[in-house]
Write a protein that binds this ligand. Structure first.
Ligand code: RIB
Length: 300
């Protein structure tokens, strides 16, 4: 099986600040760093490091060719990423002492590419493959429609959350990934409880409160507690969870095993600075899980 990841690629500018900026406030950052980000690219790296065969679809500008080298070094196939005469998408990220963040993105090349390359790539995908998406690129609905027509799974992470984008893609999604805030916003807008959101499977991440997988056909719920760690930067934790979960399922794991693996991967990822660059390798996650079992520690 394989994962086809239609996703944003951003250059992340990360500023460490003592507290997140308030309206009208000018803040001096303690440090600045630059790294590979973009919710889509982060998911691709997480999935590849988790062991899946991942092909990235999307676009960068010439200023972002180095991000493709980073993705390739993580094991992501980048040969189908378009290089455009547009700036690469970028993000300004403020991370405070509590490891929380505020992010502002500029779309750049992530919205400048044509559907043709995506359609040509998906023409090579088959039933059982996964299309992994988030809400930071053009052509999400068209790609999801093509993928479903080919019998693929469609895992959509509704981040950054936009109600209209979720409603448009929902008919073609097999797993909808949301954080707790996004889930509340969606159920409020649709006027229905989570269990009746019209999608086969819901993956809800709740940070330190863990995660949950809901099968809407049967109403079955699987809960995965979060692992206790001391976070330094939570940027990309949701991307890590979604990418690791999609990869583990793609590799044939049962849902409970995929949830546990993804929770462990995200727990490791938040202990490191950065987004895509902080995604753990499969062996690290397995060692972490073995350590948890060996120490008698329980998930939370
Ligand atoms: O989810 C974190 C990501 O959001 C960052 O890497 C940034 O690029 C934005 O897309």
């Amino acid at each position: 099986m394989a994962i086809w990841n239609l996703g944003s690629i951003n250059i992340d500018h990360v500023y460490r600040v003592r507290h997140l900026p308030q309206p009208g406030e000018t803040l001096t950052a303690d440090s600045h760093s630059m790294g590979q980000g973009g919710k889509g690219a982060n998911q691709a790296v997480a999935a590849a490091r988790a062991g899946a065969n991942v092909t990235h679809l999307g676009a960068v500008g010439r200023d972002g060719l180095w991000t493709l080298e980073r993705l390739a070094a993580a094991g992501v196939e980048t040969g189908r990423v378009a290089v455009l005469d547009l700036p690469t998408g970028h993000a300004n990220i403020y991370v405070d002492d509590a490891a929380e963040n505020v992010i502002v993105i500029l779309r750049g090349a992530n919205w400048g590419f044509a559907i043709d390359a995506v359609a040509a790539a998906l023409a090579e995908a088959g039933p059982g493959d996964t299309l992994l998406l988030q809400n930071e690129t053009a052509h999400q609905v068209a790609a999801a429609r093509l993928a479903r027509a080919r019998g693929m799974r469609v895992v959509y992470s509704a981040a950054p959350f936009e109600l209209a984008a979720v409603e448009a893609i929902l008919p073609f999604v097999t797993t909808l990934a949301l954080n707790a805030g996004e889930a509340a916003e969606l159920t409020r807008a649709l006027g229905c409880p989570l269990e009746t959101v019209p999608v086969p499977e819901l993956l809800i991440t709740r940070g330190a409160e863990g995660a949950e997988l809901i099968d809407t056909a049967t109403g079955a719920r699987l809960a995965q507690p979060a692992f206790r760690v001391v976070p330094v930067d939570t940027t990309g934790a949701g991307d890590c969870f979604a990418g690791s979960f999609a990869a583990t399922r793609d590799l044939g794991a049962a849902p409970a095993e995929a949830l546990r693996f993804a929770a462990a991967a995200a727990a490791i990822q938040v202990t490191r600075p950065g987004a895509g660059d902080a995604m753990p390798a499969r062996d690290e996650v397995l060692a972490f899980l073995a350590e948890q079992a060996g120490s008698g520690a329980t998930d939370r």
